[in-house]
Design a protein around this ligand. Structure first.
Ligand SMILES: [Zn+2]
Length: 262
C-alpha cells in the first residue's frame, strides 16, 4: 500500500502502526473504553459525541474524573470552606452527564482541582483502574499540546491528567513489575489496544458525531454550575464540531490521534 510506504521511517520501522488505522475510515466502537479527564465537564466539551455513539453501539464506558472541580467557581462570596460542597455538586453534574451519554460507571479520584501534577501516585491510581476495568481502548487529551492558537493555553490539569493517562496505558498497565504493590492488591497486567487522544494537532481518526451532537450538548448542559442555558453554547459546540470535521468533509465530528498498541 503506497500510503504505508510513505510512512515508513529510514529504519523501516513504521512510525505509526501502519495498516491498522485507515484514516479514511471510521474505526468500529471498542468493546470497552475508559475515558480519563481532569475536570467534570472536560469530557462533555470534547469527546462526549463519540462516547454517546459508542455507548449506543454497545461499548462499555468507564469514566474517570481525576479532580472533582472544586476550584470551578470565581464567585467572590465563595472561599476554601465551600470547596467540598462545590466538588459534591460537580460530581453530581458529571454523573448526570454520564447518564445522558450512556456511560456505565464513573470513578472520581478526588485530586485537588487546579494544582494537578503528573505524579507517580496519579499514574499508579490510573494504572490500578486500567487493570481493574480492563478497557480495550483508553481516551484522554493530548499531553503535548500546551497552546491552541493565540488565545487558549491548555490548562495544566489537562496536561497532567493526559500525561499520567498515557504513561499508565504504556508502560505501567501492561508491565507486571511496574507498581508491584498493585499485584499484591490483586491487579494483574492489562494491555490496552488503542489510545485515543483528543485535542491533538496531528489527528488521524475522525468520528462522525452528527447523530450524537445533540446528546453531547444535552450532556454538557448538565454541568449547570459551569455553562449557561442560552443558545450560544449550542452554536459554539456545533461550530467546533464542524471545524473538527472540515478536513474530512464531515459536517460534525470529533478528531483524535490514535496510538495502535496491539
Ligand atoms: Zn478542564
Amino acid at each position: 500500500m503506497p500510503d504505508d510506504q510513505d510512512r515508513l521511517t529510514d529504519s523501516s520501522i513504521p512510525e505509526r502502526a501502519v495498516g491498522k488505522i485507515d484514516p479514511g475510515r471510521e474505526p468500529p466502537a471498542p468493546k470497552s473504553v475508559m475515558t480519563i479527564h481532569a475536570h467534570p465537564d472536560d469530557q462533555e466539551f470534547t469527546v462526549a459525541g463519540t462516547l454517546a455513539k459508542w455507548a449506543r453501539a454497545g461499548s462499555e464506558i468507564t469514566v474517570v474524573c481525576v479532580t472533582s472541580g472544586d476550584s470551578g467557581s470565581n464567585d467572590p462570596a465563595k472561599g476554601a470552606a465551600d470547596k467540598p460542597e462545590l466538588a459534591k455538586l460537580r460530581e453530581q453534574e458529571q454523573l448526570n452527564a454520564c447518564r445522558v451519554i450512556g456511560a456505565k460507571q464513573t470513578v472520581f479520584l478526588r485530586y485537588p482541582d487546579g494544582t494537578l501534577q503528573h505524579t507517580l501516585a496519579l499514574r499508579r491510581d490510573l494504572t490500578r483502574l486500567i487493570r481493574k476495568y480492563k478497557p480495550e481502548a483508553v481516551m484522554c487529551g493530548d499531553p503535548t499540546v500546551r497552546f491552541y492558537g493565540n488565545s487558549y493555553m491548555n490548562h495544566p490539569d489537562h496536561r497532567a491528567a493526559a500525561d499520567a493517562a498515557c504513561d499508565a496505558v504504556f508502560p505501567s498497565a501492561g508491565t507486571r513489575l511496574i507498581f508491584p504493590e498493585l499485584l499484591e492488591e490483586g491487579y494483574e497486567p492489562h494491555s490496552v489496544k488503542r489510545l485515543y487522544m483528543h485535542g491533538s494537532k496531528t489527528a488521524d481518526v475522525w468520528i462522525d458525531t452528527s447523530g450524537t451532537i445533540a446528546l453531547k450538548i444535552r450532556a454538557l448542559r448538565e454541568h449547570r454550575s459551569q455553562v449557561g442555558e442560552g443558545k450560544d453554547l449550542e452554536r459554539m459546540m456545533r461550530e467546533w464540531a464542524a471545524e473538527e470535521g472540515k478536513e474530512r468533509g464531515l459536517a460534525c465530528a470529533e478528531a483524535f490521534r490514535v496510538m495502535v498498541l496491539d
